[in-house]
Design a binder for this molecule. Structure first.
Ligand SMILES: [Zn+2]
Length: 332
């Protein structure tokens, strides 16, 4: 137990530490400024970087806004030149760095962040769970600006998440669209509860869980006795459903068929840190996918739209993301 005297000592230590820390920081800042101001240019100015004149009269290494824009343009050009497979490989390599304890924990410098303000050009969009244990950039050891992240409970395709992902595909031109479920997903587990139990939740949460319930293959799940295997199968079943829901969108499938985009389903194992990619859609020929029968043939629908028989995002597609409607029928 901590006594009053201990508290006083602890408080004093904290206050002294704080004061020392502030003084140290101030000294450090002044030292740094003095060093920047007095050191020969070759020591403080990175190669090909100009010296910017600050409002306080000190010269610092850095980029002008024009150079930051050039930097962003170069980055975007390099990102657009990548093939979907290359982007997926980079994600896999990043995940290996993460789970082997060799993550680079990339943080950009102040100058690189300045370049980021001009535009974003992520190569990956990911639909992942809101679970606090699934921080996507950390899991894939990715840099600032690398991933367009959409997260919600149960990584579900809803009107909102679909809209965000459509933006990433059609405007940011991401190369890989990942749907990632995870070990121990409470949302998917809750979706397996009886409907009466879900009805006791607030309306929006109930709708969210009922929507996930629609994607679970209970006939298959009831035969799996091992709890861990059961939960994994439920999550994988849900990921497949969400991938198939994405394939309903003509703008996404147009990119997939042009080989400019790949959709992948994955499973993140919290306990090991490993992401297992188990499901890939690289063209309409991949559909219907293994283990899932789709009621929807993207190629046929696109052909219908091309001939004017059906309007894009017509009634048949939009209500599918509004909660209860199952977009894919499970194989019995
Ligand atoms: Zn989850």
């Amino acid at each position: 137990m901590m006594h009053e005297q201990d508290l006083l000592i602890a408080g004093c230590t904290f206050a002294c530490g704080l004061a020392f820390g502030m003084a140290f920081a101030m000294n450090k800042t002044m030292e740094q400024r003095a060093a920047v101001a007095s050191a020969p240019a070759g020591q403080v100015v990175p190669v090909n970087k100009p010296v910017a004149q600050g409002g306080d009269g000190f010269s610092r290494p850095g980029w002008t806004m024009a150079e930051a824009r050039d930097q962003a343009d170069e980055g975007q050009k390099a990102a657009f030149a990548l093939a979907p497979k290359q982007v997926l490989e980079a994600l896999q390599r990043g995940n290996v760095r993460f789970w082997t304890g060799t993550a680079t924990r990339p943080e950009k410098s102040a100058f690189e962040r300045r370049a980021l303000i001009n535009k974003q050009f992520p190569s990956t969009a990911i639909l992942s769970c809101a679970d606090s244990r699934v921080p996507t950039e950390i899991v894939f050891d990715q840099h600032l600006g690398d991933m367009f992240v959409v997260r919600c409970a149960g990584n579900a395709v809803t009107e909102t998440t679909m809209g965000s992902l459509q933006y990433s595909v059609n405007h940011l031109k991401v190369k890989v669209l990942v749907v990632m479920g995870h070990e121990g997903c409470g949302a998917v587990k809750a979706a397996g509860l009886p409907e009466d139990a879900l009805r006791g939740e607030p309306k929006e949460l109930c709708n969210c869980l009922m929507s996930l319930k629609g994607g679970l293959d209970f006939n298959r799940l009831k035969n799996i006795e091992d709890t861990r295997a059961h939960d994994r199968e439920a999550v994988i079943s849900n990921v497949k459903q969400q991938v198939m829901a994405l394939t309903q969108d003509p703008s996404i499938m147009k990119k997939v068929d042009a080989k400019e985009l790949m959709i992948v389903g994955s499973f993140y194992e919290i306990s090991s840190g490993i992401v297992d990619f188990f499901f890939e859609v690289s063209g309409s020929e991949d559909l219907p996918a293994r283990g899932v029968d789709s009621l929807f043939n993207p190629k046929t629908r696109m052909e219908r739209q091309a001939s004017g028989e059906e309007k894009p995002m017509a009634k048949a597609a939009v209500p599918a993301f509004q909660g209860q409607t199952r977009v894919v029928q499970q194989r019995r």
